[in-house]
Design a protein around this ligand. Structure first.
Ligand code: GAL
Length: 327
């Protein structure tokens, strides 16, 4: 690929790896390590599993990874977190490792993967293992990650839904997640939870983002003293209007700064939902990774990567581009 191709907002565009296969790495992220970008995500199930109400939205592979030097040409590196055939295993498939996020711990020298874990058969529910945070760890960025199990931050009452992980400049890391304890609208809200120094557990330090009621798909970016979270509303796979929040301190009050999308005439975040953000090495450009989920064939969901525009007044904008070249 020479540039990113997104097509029209109602179009699904396939991106291929260097072997010519469709890139199937849902709602993951990019980590830069050993001089290369590594793109990872949950592999949706292929066509033969599409029948039935839940289609191909679970995985029978796990989390996969691709590597690239230019963010355009991606070489498949294989499955980094594998599902298991053993019904006794927590990783018995199909299941979901939704929104996996990997951060590197400079002290322990481990790569730590958190995800929203939904055990076999991968249906979102409220029981143990159906709405939890999953954890895996590895000594190398693209090795086989060791599963360390699942748990809940804050307390055992809060269901874990969409999440992300953010590593701050000082090395502290935070989990941002959509939590609910009941079905009342005001109860369901994004929370920020500080991780332990080794990133392998939660601390008791957290903040409920009061302004972020009924939001999900959080993506964090930082610029000039402000942290921003770009979120979606809650309409399942159906796309909806984005909303951003900002703060100067992750564990303090967050301010609702509205929809960052410019000319998003359908109010659907350009028919996408966010998954992560990354910095283009050697530049100031931060890219938001969005995904256009294809519910009639999840494997053919497509990716939309847009530069986040930071405005002088500490607001952000996203502008749709049918194609994009990195600067
Ligand atoms: C979306 C959410 C996805 C997935 C989906 C399932 O709203 O962002 O991560 O959970 O719902 O319906």
């Amino acid at each position: 690929m020479e540039k990113l191709c997104h097509g029209e907002i109602n179009q699904f565009v396939d991106w291929h790896d260097t072997d010519g296969n469709i890139i199937n790495a849902s709602d993951g992220g990019i980590i830069f390590a050993n001089g290369k970008y590594h793109w990872y995500g949950m592999a949706f199930r292929p066509l033969p599993f599409l029948s039935g109400p839940d289609g191909g939205q679970m995985t029978n592979m796990g989390v996969v990874m691709y590597e690239s030097s230019d963010l355009l040409n991606w070489k498949y590196e294989g499955v980094i977190l594998e599902v298991k055939n053993d019904p006794e295993s927590e990783l018995f498939a199909p299941l979901r490792f939704e929104r996996p996020k990997i951060i590197y711990n400079d002290k322990t020298k481990k790569y730590v993967l958190w995800c929203h874990f939904v055990k076999y058969p991968g249906n979102h529910g409220n029981n143990k293992g159906e709405c939890d945070m999953g954890l895996a760890v590895c000594d190398t960025v693209n090795g086989k990650y060791t599963w360390l199990g699942y748990s809940k931050p804050i307390d055992d009452n809060g269901c874990v839904r969409d999440m992300t992980v953010y590593k701050d400049k000082d090395g502290c890391a935070y989990l941002i997640y959509d939590r609910h304890t009941n079905l009342l609208r005001e109860d369901r809200c994004l929370y920020v939870v500080k991780l332990s120094d080794d990133y392998l557990s939660f601390t008791s330090t957290y903040k409920r983002i009061e302004s972020a009621i009924w939001r999900e798909a959080p993506v964090v970016v930082f610029k000039e003293g402000y942290y921003y979270i770009i979120t979606s509303g809650l309409t399942g796979w159906k796309t909806n209007q984005a909303k951003a929040f900002r703060t100067k301190h992750l564990l303090e009050q967050w301010e609702d700064i509205g929809d960052p999308c410019v000319d998003d005439f359908t109010h659907t975040t350009f028919n996408t939902q966010g998954s992560n953000a990354f910095l283009v090495e050697g530049t100031d450009t931060q890219i938001i990774m969005l995904e256009r989920h294809n519910t009639s064939n999840f494997v053919k969901s497509s990716y939309v990567w847009l530069p986040v525009e930071f405005n002088g007044d500490n607001t952000i904008s996203l502008r749709y581009k049918k194609e994009y070249c990195f600067e």
